[in-house]
Design a protein around this ligand. Structure first.
Ligand code: PMP
Length: 387
């Protein structure tokens, strides 16, 4: 052999048990972990396609939609972003992107690569947009599509969406929403709010592993996809074929790719748990935990990045790093002593904030109290050990 077997692979794999309270992934509930160890099946075996149908119903529930073009794409949250933009943008289309953090920036890059003329609506870090700002920008730029992030996880900002679909449709514009970090932590109604395309992360509130991304398109969006003059640029995201793989158009199922049956089991179990608890109860649990966390952080004398209370995302809290503290010492302390993940900022918030995630299985009072205790200890430790 030209290349010998790597010696590292003969050593045992190291996977410690950690408490994941960053912006995702969150810890999988035990029943999801059990589901992940079930035998791999063929992707077109009837048991597997039945699980795909179950998942489709579960996704319709969590998005609150009856959209027939509802499925899960085989990759992480970025794939949701790629898939909606790839299918809904034709070269030369005008697109409006609301940018108040890293996820709007990323959608901007993707939309440009798919040939869109991108206009940006910007808000300061830690703030969200008003309906009037959206309407003024749509009236000015006349975009074919507006992209909005409901939960900007790089800043912990929540974007209310009620009424936005109506405005978009008044101007013949499709509404695309990223709910990767927010779904299940705040209300979301795809049909009631007239959202045309939405995707979320499996690894956040839904408690499944990353790598499989729920996505849904309204009939309006579906019409646009079916009327495209050019096929979507990426075959892997092409909803006209993926839709048949997920049996969305009432036609026989057609092979598109080998979906991971293992990830299907995990996602089905995560969705099943949400259904059993009731999504409204899941949302309320996140709200109560976030209130407890925010109260605790303020009692410690820490400052929230998002000044307006109503603009704070329950699932990801951004709290400012105190003056003269090295945030990596604090997060390092939490990991070293407690195997607890607390994150730093991302993109424009790097070095400025801690991000604390409360998502899914981790959204409990005990976990909130744990993270508060460790954060306080870590900050004290960083203060006493300044270089
Ligand atoms: N959008 C938002 C709002 C996110 O928080 C994330 C991930 N943190 C993504 C998109 C991308 O998801 P992934 O890392 O699963 O690709």
């Amino acid at each position: 052999m030209d290349v010998p077997p790597p010696e590292v692979l003969s050593l045992p794999m190291v996977v410690p048990s950690k408490t994941l309270m960053g912006p995702g992934p969150s810890n999988c509930p035990p029943s999801v972990l059990q589901a992940l160890s079930l035998p791999v099946l063929g992707h077109l075996h009837p048991e597997c396609t039945k699980i795909m149908d179950d998942i489709k119903a579960g996704i319709q529930y969590v998005f609150q939609t009856k959209n027939e073009l509802t499925l899960a794409v085989s990759a992480s949250g970025h794939a949701g972003m790629e898939a909606v933009l790839c299918n809904l943008i034709e070269p030369g289309d005008k697109v409006l992107i609301a940018v108040n953090g890293i996820w709007g920036e990323r959608a901007n890059i993707m939309a440009s690569r798919y040939g869109a003329t991108v206009h940006r609506l910007e808000a300061a870090l830690g703030t969200n947009f008003t309906l009037t700002e959206f309407e003024d920008a749509i009236r000015l730029h006349k975009p074919a599509l507006l992209f909005v992030v409901q939960g900007e996880s790089s800043t912990g900002v929540y974007q209310p969406l009620e009424g936005l679909g109506l405005i978009c449709h008044k101007y013949n514009c499709l509404l695309v929403v990223d709910t990767v970090a927010s779904l299940g932590g705040v209300p979301f109604y795809a049909d009631r709010w007239e959202v045309d395309a939405v995707y979320t992360g499996s690894q956040k509130v839904l408690g499944a592993p990353p790598g499989i991304t729920p996505i849904s398109f309204s009939s309006r969006a579906q019409e646009k996809i079916l009327a495209r003059k050019t096929p979507p640029k990426v075959y892997y995201w092409d909803m006209t074929i993926l839709g048949d793989y997920w049996s969305c158009f009432g036609r026989p199922r057609v092979y598109h790719h080998t979906i991971s049956s293992t990830l299907l089991y995990g996602l089905r179990e995560g969705l099943s748990l949400v259904g059993k608890e009731g999504i409204e109860n899941v949302i309320n649990r996140h709200k109560m935990c976030a209130q407890r966390l925010h109260k605790g952080l303020q009692a410690m004398g820490l400052q929230m990045l998002v000044a307006k209370e109503s603009a704070r995302l329950p699932t990801v809290t951004a709290v400012k790093v105190p003056e003269n503290i090295d945030w990596t010492v604090v997060t390092g302390y939490a990991m070293k002593h407690y195997f607890l993940e607390i994150s730093g900022g991302l993109g424009p918030t790097a070095n400025k904030i801690f991000r604390i995630g409360i998502m899914g299985y981790n959204a409990t009072n005990d976990n909130v109290d744990f993270v508060l205790k460790v954060l306080e200890e870590g900050i004290n430790y960083a203060r006493e050990n300044r270089s």
